[in-house]
Design a protein around this ligand. Structure first.
Ligand code: NDP
Length: 284
């Protein structure tokens, strides 16, 4: 490791959220410290009207990259120099990476989910039921489709949004996608390999809100995943576990999107367990 920090800067001002309060900052800084990396990850709140100036500022300060969250995931694209394959299909960026002095937009949310899914099952050739059609569902749908999923059934409350995602998957990937309207409790068809909740149903503080799924349709042969990381054990995860399914909580996606982002910025493969433990420390 060099004696010189990757970038040297001084900031004066007051920031609304100390690192300890922001799980992503805490988790990424924990990885840097664990590996003795002379990198820093700092949180800034940027008003939408200042987004272009903020990206320009990052360029001026020679940032290796940055993450961006809602509401910037789509609008940031106009200030970048290019997009990675999946980010281009999704039309959304959560991770910007400097490559040969260009800022390229990537989407590590879907890639993070895919990495955790691949630890349980390879989605290639599999059938998938995807609840939701928002940002997380879009990222997951595109990434599992690019990984070779045979068929994706999108189930969403808002039919227009659901059909839009299905259209995108059919147009831009080789996966066969279909929309199913969400009426009453959805019964997962037998033979489905992977079930993913990519809605916000069950997220803290609404932990008792129930996802409209016929839990008896969950079979022990299925992998059941939830994107929600808080709480870790959502009602869906608990019910699926009781039925003998292989389960995947939202923490894997959160940690892995960080691992992939760090790899993009620094070219270092960091230890995911350090990041997972840091998050558990915060949400416990
Ligand atoms: P969006 O607002 O873009 O989408 C929300 C989705 O949830 C929509 O499909 C919406 O359906 C659906 N939804 C909301 N309420 C209900 C309800 N009562 N019944 C049925 N469907 C409902 O949010 P995101 O996609 O960005 O985020 C979704 C979840 O994913 C959040 O909980 C977020 O925390 C989590 N997430 C986790 C990540 C991780 O790393 N673990 C990363 C990114 C997100 P409709 O279209 O009908 O409104």
């Amino acid at each position: 490791m060099s004696d010189t920090p990757n970038f040297l800067w001084q900031l004066t001002g007051s920031f609304s959220k100390p690192a300890g309060d922001n799980p992503t900052v805490a988790m990424i800084e924990a990885a840097y410290q664990h590996h003795g990396m002379e990198w820093r990850y700092v949180n800034f709140e940027v008003d939408p009207s200042n987004l272009g100036a903020a990206v320009q500022g990052a360029r001026a300060m020679d940032f290796a990259g940055f993450n961006c969250s809602l509401p910037h995931k789509v609008t940031v694209i106009e200030y970048l120099d290019g997009l990675g394959e999946s980010a281009k299909i999704m039309g959304a960026v959560n991770c910007v990476v400097r490559r040969e002095e260009k800022y390229i937009g990537e989407n590590t949310d879907g890639k993070g989910f895919l990495k955790s899914l691949q630890e349980k099952v390879d989605p290639a050739g599999k059938t998938i039921v995807l609840f939701g059609a928002g940002g997380a569902a879009r990222a997951i749908g595109v990434e599992v489709a690019l990984a070779g999923a045979a068929r994706i059934t999108v189930v969403n409350r808002n039919a227009e949004r659901g059909r839009e995602l299905v259209h995108l998957l059919n147009e831009k990937t080789a996966t066969e996608a279909e929309f199913t309207p969400w009426e009453g409790d959805y019964a997962v068809p037998l033979g489905t390999h992977v079930v993913v909740n990519a809605t916000s149903v069950g997220m803290y503080p609404d932990v008792d809100t129930r996802l409209a799924v016929d839990l008896d349709s969950l079979d022990s042969s299925m992998v059941v995943a939830d994107v929600i990381a808080n709480p870790l054990r959502t009602n869906l995860i608990s019910a699926a576990e009781q039925r003998g399914c292989t389960v995947l909580d939202g923490l894997g996606m959160l940690v892995n999107q960080g691992v992939i982002s760090i790899k993009y910025w620094t070219d270092v493969d960091v230890e995911p367990s350090v990041m997972r433990n840091k998050i558990l420390e915060i949400i416990d």
